[in-house]
Design a protein around this ligand. Structure first.
Ligand code: GLN
Length: 458
């Protein structure tokens, strides 16, 4: 384990390995760092060898929007291209969780550098990306708020794609008011991003949410998907969830079990879709069009050599898996995964009271017993020691199981926030609770997360 941390040949700025590149301060209301797969004019490496000398000529839309009021002070470490759940697959060394003094623990990932920088007080907020949980997982492990917006709500223009139909830019903060302020700046339609949520949908969502809120009159229905209560959940997180349920009931809300049967298929569905999209996205990284050229002989050898040297092991494995999923040999694995994904969205729409404003804008509020929010744990267990994580990683299925709590919301394009409920008898949180809601209901999800924390952590 230590070898992996200490043998790095690339420099990180702080002792947690969270910041890769510092950027000269220009002043601004809050200091922030951006995950290093978000372009800013300058070095943007995705924590990979292949882009280790890549300088972006322009800023991503999110950076441009923040330029006026906020102060970008650095780029944050990540799992290469966003692939991973611990921020250990990086050329800069595994990111270390700042909450623990006694030993080295993981931060979760893949936006571990973004979370560690906020947890270590190096900045006020950070940007990460969340394709299948990468903002919620490290926020949960580092005692922070981690928010993944509805798909398309925040522009992806200038974000190096991992799996473009799932990628979202997310925000990590210590304070919910900072989260809301930053989200309000980023919550804009962007004509440079073809998947940006159109303005008319934004307006429809705002109106529908107003109607729903009026009807609910402050008392909401919360659902707990039974498929998410997997046996791997620790007793501690089950206990935390029970405290949240008790508090919601005390406050006059309703809590009901719900069923979203296809959640059980979300791991295989997600990995088929994400790796397929990644394998085609990354084909441009060959050392000729993009990426570092290692001066191989020429011809096929150039591409093979540059890609083998440039991508880390996890990325290489996923490219192979993705190529297989889209090949005829796989029996149309990719298309079948897309069908399951549609089924998951359909099942979500059946349980939510608020109609989906993209697919069912004329939907009526018919059945008030339907749910407004889902409440689930954000991560299965507490952060592991880095050494234990590396042992576990050898069985890569264990790593993937952890994602069961975050992947369903990504596949459904739903907004979700991980909130830090304090650990029993302690002043910190190392395992968050996740609040999610119907597509577009982002502000309500954030408000609910805020209220729950205020009530629980008093
Ligand atoms: N752990 C998941 C993966 O490796 C999620 C990553 C992410 O959200 N970027 O694909």
């Amino acid at each position: 384990m230590l070898k992996r941390v200490l043998s790095r040949s690339y420099t990180t700025i702080d002792r947690w390995n969270s910041i890769i590149t510092t950027i000269e301060s220009t002043g601004g209301k809050y200091k922030y760092v951006a995950k290093d797969n978000i372009l800013h004019k300058g070095l943007t490496t995705c924590a990979s060898e292949i882009l280790s000398n890549f300088e972006s000529p322009y800023d991503a839309t999110v950076i441009e929007l923040l330029n006026k009021d906020m102060d970008l002070i650095g780029k944050a470490n990540l799992d290469q291209f966003g692939m991973g759940s611990a921020t250990a697959n990086t050329i800069y060394g595994t990111v270390i969780n700042p909450l623990f003094e006694d030993d080295d623990y993981i931060t979760g990932g893949s936006s571990g550098g973004s979370a560690a920088a906020v947890a270590a007080n190096l900045c006020d907020f950070s940007l990460g990306t969340d394709t299948g949980g990468s903002v919620r997982s490290p926020a949960s492990n580092c005692g922070l708020y981690g928010y993944k917006p509805s798909y398309g709500r925040i522009s992806r223009w200038g974000v190096i794609p991992y799996a473009q139909s799932l990628d979202t830019v997310g925000i990590i903060t210590r304070e919910m008011n900072v989260m809301k302020e930053v989200f309000t700046i980023l919550d804009q339609y962007d004509d440079k991003d073809p998947t940006s949520m159109p303005q008319d949908i934004r307006d429809k969502v705002a109106k529908a949410v107003e109607v729903r809120n009026r009807e609910r009159n402050g008392k909401y229905v919360f659902g707990i998907p039974e498929e998410i209560i997997v046996e791997e959940l620790t007793d501690e997180v089950k206990y935390k969830l029970s405290l949240v349920i008790e508090k919601l009931l005390d406050l006059g809300h309703t809590v009901v079990p719900v069923s979203v049967p296809s959640i059980k298929k979300s791991i295989s569905t997600y990995y088929a879709i994400a790796t397929s999209e990644a394998s085609s996205n990354f084909s441009r990284l060959d050392g000729i069009r993009y990426g570092k050229d290692h001066n191989f002989e020429g011809g096929d050898e150039t591409i093979r050599g540059n890609r083998s040297k440039g991508f880390g092991e996890v990325v290489r494995k996923r490219i192979v898996l993705g190529n297989y999923s889209i090949s005829a040999d796989s029996g149309d694995f990719y298309s079948r995964a897309v069908e399951v994904r549609q089924q998951i969205s359909k099942e979500f729409n059946e349980i939510f009271y608020l109609p989906h404003q993209m697919t069912n804008p004329d939907g009526l509020f018919e059945d008030p017993s339907k749910v407004d929010f889902l409440v689930t744990p954000a991560t299965i267990n507490k952060p592991l020691k880095i050494s234990d994580y590396i042992k576990m990683e050898e069985n890569s299925m264990d790593e993937l199981t952890n994602d069961i709590l975050s992947l369903p919301m990504s596949l459904g394009g739903l907004p979700a926030v991980s909130v830090p409920i304090k650990d029993k008898g302690l002043d910190i949180s190392t395992q968050g609770i996740q609040i999610s809601g119907q597509y577009g209901d982002d502000y309500s999800v954030l408000d609910m997360g805020d209220k729950i924390i205020k009530e629980m952590n008093m």
